[in-house]
Design a binder for this molecule. Structure first.
Ligand code: FAD
Ligand code: SF4
Ligand code: SF4
Length: 428
Protein backbone atom coordinates (compact mmCIF):
# COMPACT_ATOMS: atom_id res chain seq x y z
CA UNK A 1 0.00 0.00 0.00
CA UNK A 2 1.33 3.44 -0.94
CA UNK A 3 1.95 5.60 2.15
CA UNK A 4 -0.54 8.32 3.05
CA UNK A 5 -0.34 11.56 1.10
CA UNK A 6 -2.04 14.92 1.78
CA UNK A 7 -2.79 16.27 5.26
CA UNK A 8 -5.81 17.10 7.37
CA UNK A 9 -5.72 20.55 5.74
CA UNK A 10 -6.46 18.99 2.35
CA UNK A 11 -9.93 19.01 0.79
CA UNK A 12 -10.88 15.76 -0.92
CA UNK A 13 -13.37 16.07 -3.79
CA UNK A 14 -15.01 12.85 -5.00
CA UNK A 15 -16.30 12.96 -8.60
CA UNK A 16 -14.77 14.91 -11.50
CA UNK A 17 -17.89 16.13 -13.31
CA UNK A 18 -18.63 19.83 -13.67
CA UNK A 19 -19.59 19.96 -9.98
CA UNK A 20 -16.48 18.27 -8.60
CA UNK A 21 -14.23 20.25 -10.94
CA UNK A 22 -15.90 23.50 -9.86
CA UNK A 23 -15.64 22.73 -6.14
CA UNK A 24 -12.01 21.63 -6.52
CA UNK A 25 -11.04 24.73 -8.48
CA UNK A 26 -12.83 27.17 -6.18
CA UNK A 27 -11.09 25.69 -3.14
CA UNK A 28 -7.67 25.44 -4.82
CA UNK A 29 -7.92 29.01 -6.10
CA UNK A 30 -8.50 30.07 -2.48
CA UNK A 31 -5.11 28.54 -1.74
CA UNK A 32 -6.28 25.22 -0.26
CA UNK A 33 -4.68 21.88 -1.11
CA UNK A 34 -7.19 19.79 -3.04
CA UNK A 35 -7.24 16.22 -4.32
CA UNK A 36 -9.89 15.48 -6.97
CA UNK A 37 -10.73 11.80 -7.39
CA UNK A 38 -12.59 10.62 -10.53
CA UNK A 39 -13.49 7.00 -11.20
CA UNK A 40 -13.51 7.15 -15.01
CA UNK A 41 -10.37 7.76 -17.14
CA UNK A 42 -11.11 11.48 -17.72
CA UNK A 43 -12.80 14.52 -16.19
CA UNK A 44 -16.05 16.19 -17.23
CA UNK A 45 -18.74 13.70 -16.17
CA UNK A 46 -22.02 13.68 -18.06
CA UNK A 47 -21.83 17.26 -19.34
CA UNK A 48 -19.18 16.31 -21.90
CA UNK A 49 -21.67 13.77 -23.26
CA UNK A 50 -24.20 16.52 -24.03
CA UNK A 51 -24.33 18.00 -27.53
CA UNK A 52 -25.45 21.53 -26.57
CA UNK A 53 -26.60 23.29 -23.40
CA UNK A 54 -30.00 24.87 -22.94
CA UNK A 55 -31.02 27.67 -22.98
CA UNK A 56 -28.36 29.24 -25.21
CA UNK A 57 -27.57 26.06 -27.16
CA UNK A 58 -23.86 26.58 -26.59
CA UNK A 59 -21.35 23.73 -26.67
CA UNK A 60 -20.42 22.25 -23.26
CA UNK A 61 -16.81 21.98 -24.41
CA UNK A 62 -16.37 25.80 -24.28
CA UNK A 63 -16.86 26.04 -20.51
CA UNK A 64 -14.98 22.80 -20.00
CA UNK A 65 -11.95 24.13 -21.85
CA UNK A 66 -11.77 27.15 -19.52
CA UNK A 67 -11.88 24.82 -16.51
CA UNK A 68 -9.09 22.69 -17.97
CA UNK A 69 -6.91 25.77 -18.32
CA UNK A 70 -7.59 26.62 -14.66
CA UNK A 71 -6.75 23.04 -13.60
CA UNK A 72 -3.48 22.96 -15.54
CA UNK A 73 -2.29 26.25 -14.05
CA UNK A 74 -3.08 25.44 -10.41
CA UNK A 75 -0.34 23.64 -8.45
CA UNK A 76 -2.64 23.27 -5.38
CA UNK A 77 -4.91 20.84 -7.24
CA UNK A 78 -3.99 17.20 -7.78
CA UNK A 79 -6.18 15.02 -10.03
CA UNK A 80 -6.46 11.23 -9.75
CA UNK A 81 -8.42 9.46 -12.51
CA UNK A 82 -9.59 5.82 -12.63
CA UNK A 83 -9.75 6.21 -8.85
CA UNK A 84 -12.57 5.42 -6.45
CA UNK A 85 -12.98 6.17 -2.75
CA UNK A 86 -13.81 2.83 -1.13
CA UNK A 87 -13.66 3.77 2.54
CA UNK A 88 -13.49 6.82 4.78
CA UNK A 89 -12.70 6.86 8.47
CA UNK A 90 -12.22 9.65 11.00
CA UNK A 91 -14.14 12.80 11.80
CA UNK A 92 -14.61 16.44 10.75
CA UNK A 93 -11.15 17.89 10.32
CA UNK A 94 -9.40 14.53 10.32
CA UNK A 95 -10.42 11.95 7.69
CA UNK A 96 -8.50 9.12 6.07
CA UNK A 97 -9.85 7.99 2.70
CA UNK A 98 -8.91 4.71 1.06
CA UNK A 99 -8.74 5.14 -2.71
CA UNK A 100 -8.55 2.28 -5.21
CA UNK A 101 -6.79 3.16 -8.48
CA UNK A 102 -7.38 0.93 -11.51
CA UNK A 103 -4.58 0.38 -14.03
CA UNK A 104 -4.69 2.45 -17.24
CA UNK A 105 -1.73 0.52 -18.73
CA UNK A 106 -0.57 3.84 -20.25
CA UNK A 107 1.80 6.23 -18.48
CA UNK A 108 2.48 9.99 -18.61
CA UNK A 109 4.68 9.63 -21.72
CA UNK A 110 1.55 9.19 -23.89
CA UNK A 111 1.29 11.84 -26.63
CA UNK A 112 -2.21 10.70 -27.69
CA UNK A 113 -0.81 9.87 -31.16
CA UNK A 114 -3.32 7.02 -31.59
CA UNK A 115 -0.89 4.45 -33.01
CA UNK A 116 -1.91 1.87 -30.38
CA UNK A 117 -5.57 2.16 -31.42
CA UNK A 118 -4.60 1.54 -35.05
CA UNK A 119 -2.67 -1.56 -34.00
CA UNK A 120 -5.30 -3.36 -31.91
CA UNK A 121 -8.21 -5.28 -33.42
CA UNK A 122 -10.57 -5.87 -30.49
CA UNK A 123 -13.64 -3.64 -30.20
CA UNK A 124 -15.37 -2.78 -26.93
CA UNK A 125 -18.50 -0.82 -26.02
CA UNK A 126 -18.11 2.95 -26.01
CA UNK A 127 -19.51 4.38 -22.74
CA UNK A 128 -19.02 7.97 -23.95
CA UNK A 129 -21.71 7.24 -26.57
CA UNK A 130 -23.88 5.31 -24.07
CA UNK A 131 -22.80 2.09 -25.84
CA UNK A 132 -24.53 3.07 -29.10
CA UNK A 133 -21.35 2.10 -30.94
CA UNK A 134 -18.11 0.26 -30.35
CA UNK A 135 -14.54 1.52 -30.25
CA UNK A 136 -11.02 0.10 -30.35
CA UNK A 137 -9.86 -1.46 -27.05
CA UNK A 138 -7.00 1.11 -26.97
CA UNK A 139 -8.81 4.42 -26.79
CA UNK A 140 -8.98 8.08 -25.82
CA UNK A 141 -12.31 8.46 -23.93
CA UNK A 142 -13.29 11.42 -26.14
CA UNK A 143 -11.60 14.15 -28.15
CA UNK A 144 -11.41 16.68 -25.26
CA UNK A 145 -10.44 14.10 -22.62
CA UNK A 146 -8.32 15.32 -19.72
CA UNK A 147 -5.82 13.87 -19.17
CA UNK A 148 -5.12 13.49 -22.93
CA UNK A 149 -3.91 9.97 -22.36
CA UNK A 150 -5.02 6.71 -23.95
CA UNK A 151 -6.39 3.75 -21.99
CA UNK A 152 -6.06 0.02 -22.68
CA UNK A 153 -9.28 -1.83 -21.96
CA UNK A 154 -8.59 -4.54 -19.32
CA UNK A 155 -10.17 -7.22 -21.57
CA UNK A 156 -7.13 -7.20 -23.90
CA UNK A 157 -4.47 -7.51 -21.21
CA UNK A 158 -2.67 -10.83 -21.70
CA UNK A 159 -3.80 -11.10 -25.35
CA UNK A 160 -1.80 -10.55 -28.57
CA UNK A 161 -3.67 -7.23 -29.00
CA UNK A 162 -1.97 -5.81 -25.90
CA UNK A 163 1.44 -6.79 -27.30
CA UNK A 164 0.56 -5.19 -30.64
CA UNK A 165 -0.38 -1.95 -28.86
CA UNK A 166 2.90 -1.96 -26.94
CA UNK A 167 4.92 -2.61 -30.10
CA UNK A 168 3.15 0.25 -31.90
CA UNK A 169 3.98 2.83 -29.21
CA UNK A 170 7.16 4.77 -30.08
CA UNK A 171 7.13 6.64 -26.78
CA UNK A 172 7.39 3.76 -24.32
CA UNK A 173 4.05 4.81 -22.86
CA UNK A 174 2.45 1.39 -22.58
CA UNK A 175 3.11 -0.47 -19.32
CA UNK A 176 1.36 -3.84 -19.36
CA UNK A 177 2.61 -4.60 -15.85
CA UNK A 178 0.51 -1.87 -14.18
CA UNK A 179 -1.51 -3.22 -11.25
CA UNK A 180 -4.47 -2.01 -9.23
CA UNK A 181 -3.20 0.20 -6.42
CA UNK A 182 -4.73 1.27 -3.12
CA UNK A 183 -3.64 4.52 -1.50
CA UNK A 184 -4.66 6.40 1.59
CA UNK A 185 -5.31 10.13 1.64
CA UNK A 186 -5.68 12.41 4.64
CA UNK A 187 -8.29 15.17 4.38
CA UNK A 188 -9.95 17.67 6.69
CA UNK A 189 -13.15 17.89 4.62
CA UNK A 190 -14.74 15.86 1.86
CA UNK A 191 -17.00 17.05 -0.98
CA UNK A 192 -19.11 14.33 -2.51
CA UNK A 193 -19.88 15.28 -6.15
CA UNK A 194 -20.63 11.89 -7.68
CA UNK A 195 -23.47 13.20 -9.84
CA UNK A 196 -26.41 11.37 -11.36
CA UNK A 197 -27.26 8.47 -13.60
CA UNK A 198 -30.16 7.97 -16.02
CA UNK A 199 -32.95 5.83 -14.61
CA UNK A 200 -32.93 2.32 -16.15
CA UNK A 201 -35.45 2.76 -19.01
CA UNK A 202 -36.00 -0.98 -19.39
CA UNK A 203 -37.83 -0.92 -16.05
CA UNK A 204 -40.65 1.12 -17.67
CA UNK A 205 -42.11 -1.94 -19.35
CA UNK A 206 -45.09 -0.31 -21.21
CA UNK A 207 -42.60 1.80 -23.20
CA UNK A 208 -40.63 -1.20 -24.53
CA UNK A 209 -37.15 0.35 -24.42
CA UNK A 210 -35.66 -3.15 -24.17
CA UNK A 211 -37.90 -4.49 -26.98
CA UNK A 212 -38.17 -1.75 -29.63
CA UNK A 213 -35.07 -0.49 -31.45
CA UNK A 214 -36.65 2.89 -32.20
CA UNK A 215 -37.31 3.77 -28.56
CA UNK A 216 -34.26 5.50 -27.10
CA UNK A 217 -33.49 7.71 -24.10
CA UNK A 218 -32.80 11.45 -23.96
CA UNK A 219 -29.15 10.90 -23.04
CA UNK A 220 -28.71 8.67 -26.10
CA UNK A 221 -30.40 11.32 -28.23
CA UNK A 222 -27.74 13.86 -27.17
CA UNK A 223 -25.11 11.54 -28.64
CA UNK A 224 -27.12 10.98 -31.86
CA UNK A 225 -27.34 14.73 -32.47
CA UNK A 226 -23.63 15.33 -31.80
CA UNK A 227 -21.35 15.42 -34.89
CA UNK A 228 -18.77 13.64 -32.68
CA UNK A 229 -21.31 10.95 -31.82
CA UNK A 230 -21.96 7.46 -33.23
CA UNK A 231 -23.81 8.65 -36.37
CA UNK A 232 -21.70 11.73 -37.03
CA UNK A 233 -24.63 13.89 -35.91
CA UNK A 234 -27.22 12.33 -38.25
CA UNK A 235 -30.54 11.87 -36.45
CA UNK A 236 -31.48 8.44 -37.78
CA UNK A 237 -33.37 5.38 -36.56
CA UNK A 238 -31.35 2.63 -34.88
CA UNK A 239 -33.46 -0.08 -36.60
CA UNK A 240 -32.79 0.83 -40.25
CA UNK A 241 -30.67 4.01 -40.38
CA UNK A 242 -33.60 5.94 -41.94
CA UNK A 243 -33.77 9.69 -41.18
CA UNK A 244 -35.97 10.26 -38.12
CA UNK A 245 -37.97 13.40 -38.86
CA UNK A 246 -41.16 12.65 -36.94
CA UNK A 247 -40.04 12.29 -33.32
CA UNK A 248 -42.04 11.84 -30.10
CA UNK A 249 -40.63 13.00 -26.77
CA UNK A 250 -42.24 11.32 -23.75
CA UNK A 251 -41.91 13.36 -20.56
CA UNK A 252 -41.67 12.04 -16.99
CA UNK A 253 -40.29 8.69 -18.21
CA UNK A 254 -39.62 7.08 -14.84
CA UNK A 255 -40.07 10.30 -12.83
CA UNK A 256 -43.06 11.41 -10.73
CA UNK A 257 -44.15 7.80 -10.55
CA UNK A 258 -44.58 5.75 -7.36
CA UNK A 259 -43.44 2.64 -9.29
CA UNK A 260 -40.17 4.26 -10.35
CA UNK A 261 -38.70 7.60 -9.16
CA UNK A 262 -41.03 9.62 -6.96
CA UNK A 263 -39.32 12.94 -7.60
CA UNK A 264 -39.55 15.32 -10.54
CA UNK A 265 -36.18 15.20 -12.30
CA UNK A 266 -36.52 18.93 -13.08
CA UNK A 267 -34.17 18.92 -16.09
CA UNK A 268 -36.01 16.63 -18.51
CA UNK A 269 -38.64 19.15 -19.66
CA UNK A 270 -35.88 21.57 -20.63
CA UNK A 271 -33.84 18.75 -22.19
CA UNK A 272 -36.74 17.77 -24.49
CA UNK A 273 -37.52 21.39 -25.41
CA UNK A 274 -33.86 21.76 -26.33
CA UNK A 275 -33.79 18.51 -28.30
CA UNK A 276 -36.72 19.61 -30.51
CA UNK A 277 -34.37 22.33 -31.70
CA UNK A 278 -31.74 19.71 -32.63
CA UNK A 279 -34.41 18.11 -34.85
CA UNK A 280 -35.31 21.46 -36.40
CA UNK A 281 -31.63 22.18 -37.01
CA UNK A 282 -31.24 18.83 -38.78
CA UNK A 283 -34.40 18.84 -40.92
CA UNK A 284 -35.64 22.45 -41.03
CA UNK A 285 -39.37 22.82 -41.72
CA UNK A 286 -39.66 19.08 -42.48
CA UNK A 287 -39.00 18.30 -38.78
CA UNK A 288 -41.95 17.12 -36.66
CA UNK A 289 -41.46 16.98 -32.88
CA UNK A 290 -44.31 16.06 -30.54
CA UNK A 291 -43.93 16.46 -26.79
CA UNK A 292 -46.26 14.27 -24.69
CA UNK A 293 -46.32 15.84 -21.24
CA UNK A 294 -48.16 16.08 -17.91
CA UNK A 295 -46.87 19.57 -17.05
CA UNK A 296 -43.95 21.46 -18.53
CA UNK A 297 -41.55 22.58 -15.84
CA UNK A 298 -39.38 25.37 -17.18
CA UNK A 299 -38.30 27.35 -14.16
CA UNK A 300 -37.03 30.93 -13.82
CA UNK A 301 -35.19 32.26 -16.86
CA UNK A 302 -36.03 29.08 -18.81
CA UNK A 303 -39.61 30.29 -19.39
CA UNK A 304 -38.42 32.37 -22.37
CA UNK A 305 -36.89 29.30 -23.99
CA UNK A 306 -40.15 27.39 -23.47
CA UNK A 307 -42.11 30.20 -25.15
CA UNK A 308 -39.69 30.20 -28.09
CA UNK A 309 -40.18 26.46 -28.60
CA UNK A 310 -43.98 26.81 -28.25
CA UNK A 311 -43.90 29.30 -31.10
CA UNK A 312 -42.01 26.87 -33.35
CA UNK A 313 -44.49 25.39 -35.90
CA UNK A 314 -42.48 22.14 -36.10
CA UNK A 315 -43.24 21.40 -32.42
CA UNK A 316 -46.60 20.12 -31.11
CA UNK A 317 -47.54 19.61 -27.45
CA UNK A 318 -49.95 16.83 -26.40
CA UNK A 319 -51.06 16.93 -22.76
CA UNK A 320 -51.09 13.25 -21.96
CA UNK A 321 -49.26 10.58 -20.01
CA UNK A 322 -48.56 7.99 -22.73
CA UNK A 323 -50.10 4.69 -21.62
CA UNK A 324 -48.06 2.32 -23.78
CA UNK A 325 -46.00 1.94 -26.94
CA UNK A 326 -46.53 -0.80 -29.52
CA UNK A 327 -44.38 -1.46 -32.55
CA UNK A 328 -45.72 -1.58 -36.10
CA UNK A 329 -43.96 -4.77 -37.17
CA UNK A 330 -43.88 -3.84 -40.87
CA UNK A 331 -42.53 -0.28 -40.65
CA UNK A 332 -40.71 -0.53 -37.30
CA UNK A 333 -42.57 2.61 -36.20
CA UNK A 334 -43.29 2.92 -32.49
CA UNK A 335 -47.02 3.65 -32.05
CA UNK A 336 -48.01 5.67 -28.97
CA UNK A 337 -51.32 4.96 -27.24
CA UNK A 338 -53.05 7.17 -24.70
CA UNK A 339 -55.67 9.81 -24.11
CA UNK A 340 -55.21 13.49 -24.90
CA UNK A 341 -56.53 15.08 -21.72
CA UNK A 342 -57.37 18.33 -23.55
CA UNK A 343 -60.53 17.13 -25.30
CA UNK A 344 -60.33 13.54 -23.99
CA UNK A 345 -59.51 11.96 -27.34
CA UNK A 346 -57.90 8.55 -27.60
CA UNK A 347 -54.89 8.40 -29.91
CA UNK A 348 -52.68 5.77 -31.58
CA UNK A 349 -49.90 7.89 -33.08
CA UNK A 350 -47.04 6.40 -35.13
CA UNK A 351 -43.62 8.12 -35.01
CA UNK A 352 -40.24 7.43 -36.62
CA UNK A 353 -38.47 7.52 -33.26
CA UNK A 354 -39.41 7.90 -29.59
CA UNK A 355 -37.16 9.68 -27.09
CA UNK A 356 -37.86 8.92 -23.42
CA UNK A 357 -37.12 11.98 -21.23
CA UNK A 358 -35.54 9.72 -18.70
CA UNK A 359 -35.40 10.55 -14.98
CA UNK A 360 -32.23 11.40 -13.07
CA UNK A 361 -31.24 9.51 -9.93
CA UNK A 362 -28.13 9.89 -7.74
CA UNK A 363 -25.27 7.77 -9.07
CA UNK A 364 -24.24 7.02 -5.50
CA UNK A 365 -27.04 7.03 -2.94
CA UNK A 366 -26.36 8.49 0.49
CA UNK A 367 -26.67 5.08 2.14
CA UNK A 368 -23.83 3.75 -0.07
CA UNK A 369 -21.35 6.42 1.01
CA UNK A 370 -18.74 5.28 3.52
CA UNK A 371 -19.13 8.41 5.70
CA UNK A 372 -21.73 10.23 7.79
CA UNK A 373 -24.04 12.12 5.43
CA UNK A 374 -27.79 12.69 5.33
CA UNK A 375 -29.92 11.70 2.32
CA UNK A 376 -33.48 12.44 1.20
CA UNK A 377 -36.11 9.84 0.28
CA UNK A 378 -34.65 9.54 -3.26
CA UNK A 379 -31.09 8.98 -2.01
CA UNK A 380 -29.84 12.49 -2.93
CA UNK A 381 -27.24 13.76 -0.45
CA UNK A 382 -27.61 16.67 1.89
CA UNK A 383 -25.42 19.62 0.89
CA UNK A 384 -25.04 20.58 4.57
CA UNK A 385 -24.09 18.82 7.73
CA UNK A 386 -23.95 20.19 11.24
CA UNK A 387 -21.35 17.89 12.68
CA UNK A 388 -19.53 16.12 9.87
CA UNK A 389 -17.09 17.58 7.36
CA UNK A 390 -18.63 15.68 4.44
CA UNK A 391 -20.78 17.76 2.05
CA UNK A 392 -22.81 16.92 -1.05
CA UNK A 393 -22.46 19.02 -4.21
CA UNK A 394 -24.10 19.25 -7.64
CA UNK A 395 -26.40 16.50 -8.94
CA UNK A 396 -25.39 14.23 -6.08
CA UNK A 397 -27.71 16.49 -4.05
CA UNK A 398 -30.57 16.92 -6.55
CA UNK A 399 -31.49 16.87 -10.23
CA UNK A 400 -29.93 20.19 -11.24
CA UNK A 401 -29.00 22.02 -14.42
CA UNK A 402 -25.36 22.97 -14.85
CA UNK A 403 -25.83 26.50 -13.59
CA UNK A 404 -27.39 25.32 -10.33
CA UNK A 405 -24.89 22.45 -10.01
CA UNK A 406 -22.05 24.95 -10.21
CA UNK A 407 -23.66 27.21 -7.60
CA UNK A 408 -24.13 24.27 -5.25
CA UNK A 409 -20.49 23.25 -5.73
CA UNK A 410 -19.20 26.71 -4.95
CA UNK A 411 -21.24 26.59 -1.73
CA UNK A 412 -19.74 23.18 -0.89
CA UNK A 413 -16.23 24.53 -1.48
CA UNK A 414 -16.93 27.34 0.97
CA UNK A 415 -18.21 24.90 3.63
CA UNK A 416 -15.12 22.73 3.18
CA UNK A 417 -12.82 25.77 3.43
CA UNK A 418 -14.52 26.69 6.72
CA UNK A 419 -13.62 23.25 8.10
CA UNK A 420 -10.00 23.66 7.01
CA UNK A 421 -9.88 27.05 8.72
CA UNK A 422 -11.15 25.42 11.92
CA UNK A 423 -8.39 22.80 11.64
CA UNK A 424 -5.64 25.34 11.03
CA UNK A 425 -6.97 27.47 13.90
CA UNK A 426 -6.64 24.48 16.25
CA UNK A 427 -3.10 23.71 15.12
CA UNK A 428 -1.89 27.34 15.25
C1 FAD B 1 -30.92 14.49 -21.27
C2 FAD B 1 -30.26 15.53 -20.42
C3 FAD B 1 -29.83 16.71 -21.01
C4 FAD B 1 -29.28 17.72 -20.21
N1 FAD B 1 -28.95 18.89 -20.81
C5 FAD B 1 -28.55 19.93 -20.05
C6 FAD B 1 -28.35 21.21 -20.63
O1 FAD B 1 -28.53 21.40 -21.83
N2 FAD B 1 -27.99 22.25 -19.81
C7 FAD B 1 -27.82 22.07 -18.46
O2 FAD B 1 -27.52 23.05 -17.75
N3 FAD B 1 -27.95 20.83 -17.88
C8 FAD B 1 -28.33 19.77 -18.66
N4 FAD B 1 -28.49 18.54 -18.08
C9 FAD B 1 -28.09 18.35 -16.66
C10 FAD B 1 -26.55 18.11 -16.54
O3 FAD B 1 -26.23 16.89 -17.16
C11 FAD B 1 -26.15 18.08 -15.05
O4 FAD B 1 -26.44 19.36 -14.49
C12 FAD B 1 -24.64 17.85 -14.86
O5 FAD B 1 -24.25 16.62 -15.43
C13 FAD B 1 -24.30 17.83 -13.36
O6 FAD B 1 -22.93 17.57 -13.18
P1 FAD B 1 -22.35 16.79 -11.89
O7 FAD B 1 -20.89 17.02 -11.89
O8 FAD B 1 -23.12 17.16 -10.69
O9 FAD B 1 -22.66 15.26 -12.18
P2 FAD B 1 -22.07 14.27 -13.30
O10 FAD B 1 -22.02 14.94 -14.62
O11 FAD B 1 -22.89 13.02 -13.17
O12 FAD B 1 -20.57 13.97 -12.83
C14 FAD B 1 -20.30 13.13 -11.74
C15 FAD B 1 -18.88 12.58 -11.87
O13 FAD B 1 -18.59 11.78 -10.69
C16 FAD B 1 -17.94 10.59 -11.10
N5 FAD B 1 -18.20 9.56 -10.08
C17 FAD B 1 -19.37 8.92 -9.83
N6 FAD B 1 -19.21 8.06 -8.80
C18 FAD B 1 -17.91 8.16 -8.40
C19 FAD B 1 -17.14 7.54 -7.38
N7 FAD B 1 -17.67 6.63 -6.57
N8 FAD B 1 -15.84 7.89 -7.24
C20 FAD B 1 -15.27 8.81 -8.07
N9 FAD B 1 -15.97 9.43 -9.07
C21 FAD B 1 -17.27 9.12 -9.21
C22 FAD B 1 -18.56 10.26 -12.44
O14 FAD B 1 -17.71 9.37 -13.19
C23 FAD B 1 -18.69 11.65 -13.06
O15 FAD B 1 -17.50 12.02 -13.74
C24 FAD B 1 -29.07 17.51 -18.83
C25 FAD B 1 -29.48 16.29 -18.24
C26 FAD B 1 -30.10 15.33 -19.02
C27 FAD B 1 -30.62 14.09 -18.37
S1 SF4 C 1 -0.01 4.95 -25.68
FE1 SF4 C 1 1.66 5.34 -27.14
S2 SF4 C 1 0.78 4.75 -29.13
FE2 SF4 C 1 -0.93 4.97 -27.72
S3 SF4 C 1 -1.60 7.06 -28.03
FE3 SF4 C 1 -0.17 7.07 -26.32
S4 SF4 C 1 1.80 7.56 -27.23
FE4 SF4 C 1 0.47 6.95 -28.92
S1 SF4 D 1 -38.86 17.99 -15.43
FE1 SF4 D 1 -40.67 17.68 -16.69
S2 SF4 D 1 -40.34 15.66 -17.64
FE2 SF4 D 1 -38.91 15.82 -15.95
S3 SF4 D 1 -39.96 14.80 -14.26
FE3 SF4 D 1 -40.35 17.01 -14.06
S4 SF4 D 1 -42.27 17.36 -15.15
FE4 SF4 D 1 -41.52 15.34 -15.76
Amino acid sequence: MTPAVATNQTILVVGGGISGVTAALEAAECGKDVVLVEKSPSLGGRTVQLYRYFPKLCHPTCGFEINLRRIKSNPKLRVLTMAEVVAISGKRGDYTATVRISPRYVNESCTACGACADAVEALVENPHNYNLDRMKAAYLPHAMAYPQRYVLHPSIIGTPDAEKAKAACKYGAIDLGMQEETIQLKAGAVIWATGWQPYDASKIQPYGYDRFANVITSVEFERLADPQGPTGGRIVRPSDGREAKNIAFIQCAGSRDENHLRHCSRICCMASLKQTQFVREAYGDAARSTIYYIDIRAIDRFEDFYKKVQADPTVTFVKSKVAKIEEDRKSGDPVLHGVDTEGYKRYANPHDLVVLAIGMEPSVKGSMIPAAILEDSSGFLSPVSESSGVFGAGCATNALDVNRAVQSSTAAALRAIQVIHEVSGVSR
